[in-house]
Design a protein around this ligand. Sequence first.
Ligand code: ZN
Length: 131
Amino acid sequence: MKEVEIQTQERSQFLDITAAVREAVQESGIRDGRATVFVPHTTAGITINENADPDVVRDMLSVLDELVPWRGNYRHAEGNTAAHVKSSLMGSSAAVLVSAGRLQLGVWQSIWFCEFDGPRTRKVLIEIHKG
Ligand code: ZN
């Protein structure tokens, strides 16, 4: 398993971590199988989406803010309920197939780390499975 540290800069932002996952595939030497990317945090997430037009990520962040405003009728005393909800909406892991030593992502797809309560130092765990 590979552990990658990420420093986020904003309260909410998406960071493209595809290169780190590709590197983990190369280091593993596994040609065919699957990459699992897992985020061990309750106010961050993982998603796969478009990398070509940065407005897609901006729009996604904007839609998430509209769906789950930072202030609301929440009880959680830490004050970051919106970040917890967005984390569950995006999910805490993603799986990508590996074939011939390459991630089988579509041309426009990237793997995005989703920060919802930054800036913070975060961890991403990457495991490459054979078969
Ligand atoms: Zn909390």
